[in-house]
Design a protein around this ligand. Structure first.
Ligand SMILES: Nc1ncnc2c1ncn2[C@@H]1O[C@H](COP(=O)(O)OP(=O)(O)OP(=O)(O)O)[C@@H](O)[C@H]1O
Ligand SMILES: [Mg+2]
Length: 286
């Protein structure tokens, strides 16, 4: 049996400059070294225009590096005959789900990639059933995708990718259009696959609370990877985050204010539970 590499995505000295942008001094992505392990959950944060979407497209073989390389399961994304395989093992959810919906009903749309894999129809039905119930789409299966709301379209696009059972999912702000219940459903389903079946996740998000739930947070600025580490460390680098126009989680921001007012609170607060626990034992140092 072919052994499956432990490193799923590896970017080495990766750079990308959009065609026609040769006169612009900084490329969209520059000097990025990053690897994503099987089963790991990585969030990518950074200001608008910092290169996050470009990076995901490079991981998904939609763009070819202008310098350096990307290996997906050990295969270079520039190997043209392997690109279909790369996109199957590393499925991408785009920032705008309209680009991703192709069929005349939701059910056909979710099944579209599976039909191309030539799976037996009983297996296709089983997978469509499973993902549509996990993502709350069962009542919409017969509807035309173009008549759905933005959030519903986003969930259909995610269902179509998850039905392919990829090794990794690349999500570009997948919850930007979702209400809070749908956001929980979608991230809950992805989290479940991550924990239970080792689905690796690369999640671009502008929500600090979402980024904080990853195994690792990576900060991108002006096309470069400028920091990475556990969420408890990265989401508490408030000076850096604020400089970039980003924020920590609400509890980490509040912890910083309380520290300023003299409360002794540890540096690595991420969520309400940690903040409340530390407040219960904290003393005002005045
Ligand atoms: N098709 C394109 N042609 C030329 N330049 C582009 C193209 N797409 C993006 N860029 C430029 O590349 C840089 C990175 O863009 P990218 O979309 O990767 O940023 P992003 O971090 O995803 O931003 P956002 O948070 O707004 O989604 C930006 O300066 C952008 O203007
Ligand atoms: Mg983007």
């Amino acid at each position: 049996m072919k052994s499956r590499p432990e490193i799923l995505i590896e970017a080495r000295e990766l750079a990308y400059r959009y065609p026609g942008e040769e006169n612009i001094s900084s490329p969209a992505v520059y000097g990025v070294n990053l690897s994503v392990k099987r089963g790991e959950y990585v969030s990518l944060i950074g200001p608008n225009g910092s290169g996050k979407t470009t990076l995901l497209k490079l991981f998904n073989a939609l763009l070819a590096p202008t310098e350096g390389e990307v290996l997906v399961e050990g295969i270079s994304t520039t190997e043209e005959e392997k690109q279909v395989e790369i996109r199957r093992s590393c499925g991408m959810i785009f920032q705008n789900p309209d680009n991703q919906l192709v069929a005349t009903t939701v059910e056909e749309d979710i099944a579209f990639g599976l039909e191309n894999l030539e799976l037996p129809s009983s297996e296709i039905r089983k997978r469509v059933e499973k993902v549509s119930s996990a993502l709350g789409l069962k009542h919409l299966l017969k509807h035309p995708p173009h008549m759905l709301s933005g959030g519903e379209k986003g969930r259909v696009a995610i269902a179509g990718i998850l039905a392919m059972q990829p090794s990794c999912i690349l999500m570009d702000e997948p919850t930007a259009m979702l209400d809070s219940k749908s956001r929980q459903d979608v991230l809950g389903a992805v989290r479940h696959l991550n924990r239970e079946q080792g689905l690796a996740v690369v999640h671009v998000t502008h929500f600090p609370e979402e980024a904080a739930r990853a195994d690792r947070v990576v900060i991108i600025d002006q096309g470069r990877l400028i920091e990475q580490g556990p969420p408890s460390v990265i989401m508490n680098k408030l000076q850096l985050l604020h400089q970039l126009g980003l924020q920590g989680t609400a509890p980490s921001e509040l912890a910083a204010l309380l520290r300023k007012d003299g409360f002794s609170i540890p540096e690595e607060i991420l969520n309400c539970q940690e903040l409340v626990q530390s407040l219960c034992t904290s003393e005002l140092k005045i």
